[in-house]
Write a protein that binds this ligand. Structure first.
Ligand code: NAP
Ligand code: ZN
Ligand code: ZN
Length: 349
């Protein structure tokens, strides 16, 4: 076994604290990665605080991982020692079901091994995430990272990036479309970057008036304060697509009424409690509400390559791991522009 150090939550709502644990000895298909940076996703907070009711403790969060390959197994062909490598929200899946075979491993019907707060394919060995010094991952679940990008800004692409890229591609976001992005946080700011890069006209809906200039700077054409009823009323029936990244309770029915006939509201935010739904806005214009979970390995690689070619990274605030608990509180308050990323060098301090 390999000795690792990181930060963990011992139980729900405990602050994260230093934690030592072990990972498997790398096998022939494994890549052994020294973690350089790990992004702080709001899902880390939901899970470390057991807001989704599925937490396994002790929990080492972190699924936006960029690191350097330290060693490779004898059968590894995708990486060599010294390469940059990325790891996202899952580290394995059954590889047999139709979703896995079609490259949608995130929708595996048998057993997906999430990067943390989950179990390996044996369904009993717990997984530990990226708030740690090293990780061992099968090369098939490890991503190549474009070398022209700042690795700290790449880390959030492994979750915030793919979670917004995938539905925008699936629902064919592009030129001539009006797209609404609801919530300008880690996911939201990536949605703005991708949707505008794909040629769509983007409107940001935010409950934080102070984010207007940033939204326009990120590529949005319009900024609307989501609590201003008058502004929302003026935009009824205008949008082809809306992507909702909000992490807390809010009015989804009101958002749905902003869609054109047959438009789609894509839910990616996962609040702690269910959202109430008024069905009238759906029925009156055959509108749809859909959901989307991260993205498969093939599409995550496509997204990283797209970012490399178009020079897209996340806007980050790099922190030492000792500030992780403060970073959680600030994220919940919306006080981050737009993703905290842990510099893992700080672990050895
Ligand atoms: P984040 O950085 O905290 O952003 C969430 C944004 O939601 C905030 O910046 C804020 O935007 C808005 N918001 C927060 N509280 C609000 C409130 N009370 N009322 C209205 N708006 C509020 O979080 P994130 O990392 O982007 O994650 C967003 C959500 O997506 C989380 O629930 C996370 O678990 C989920 N997620 C889902 C997937 C998936 O695969 N579907 C993947 C990753 C994350 P404004 O200040 O602009 O209003
Ligand atoms: Zn995430
Ligand atoms: Zn599967």
């Amino acid at each position: 076994m390999i000795k690792c150090s990181g930060y963990a939550a011992a139980k729900a709502k405990d602050p994260l604290a230093p934690f030592n644990f072990e990972r498997r000895q790398p096998g022939p298909k494994d890549v052994f990665i020294e973690i350089l940076y790990c992004g702080v996703c709001h899902s880390d907070i939901h899970q470390a605080r057991d807001e989704w009711g599925n937490a396994v403790f002790p929990m080492v969060p972190g699924h936006e991982i960029v690191g350097r390959v330290k060693s490779i197994g004898s059968e590894v062909t995708k990486f060599k020692i010294g390469d940059l490598a990325g790891v996202g929200c899952f580290v394995d899946s059954c590889r047999q079901c139709s979703s896995c075979k079609e490259g949608y491993e995130q929708y595996c019907t048998n057993h997906i091994s999430f990067t943390y707060n989950g179990f390996e394919q044996d369904k009993k060995t717990p997984t530990f995430g990226g708030y740690s010094d090293t990780i061992v991952v099968d090369e098939n679940y490890t991503l190549r990272v474009p070398s022209n990008l700042d690795p700290s800004g790449v880390a959030p692409l492994l979750c915030a990036g793919i979670t917004t890229y995938s539905p925008l591609r699936h629902w064919k976001a592009g030129k001539g479309q009006k797209i609404g992005v609801v919530g300008l946080g880690g996911l939201g700011h990536m949605a703005v970057k991708f949707a505008s890069s794909f040629g769509a006209e983007v409107t940001v809906f935010s409950h934080s008036p102070g984010k207007k200039e940033d939204a326009l700077g990120l590529g949005a054409s319009n900024f609307v304060i989501s609590t201003e009823e008058k502004a929302l009323n003026a935009l009824q029936g205008q949008f082809d697509l809306m992507i909702d990244t909000v992490s807390a309770q809010h009015d989804v029915s009101g958002l749905a009424s902003l869609l054109k006939r047959d438009g789609t509201l894509i839910m990616v935010g996962i609040p702690e409690t269910p959202l109430p739904l008024n069905v009238f806005p759906l029925i009156s214009k055959r509108r749809q509400i859909a959901g989307s979970l991260i993205g498969g390995i093939r599409e995550t690689q496509e997204m990283l390559d797209y970012c490399g070619a178009h020079n897209i990274t996340s806007d980050v605030e790099v922190i030492p791991i000792q500030q992780i608990n403060e970073a959680y509180d600030r994220t919940v308050k919306g006080d981050v522009r737009y993703r905290f990323v842990i510099d893992m060098k700080s672990l050895s301090r």
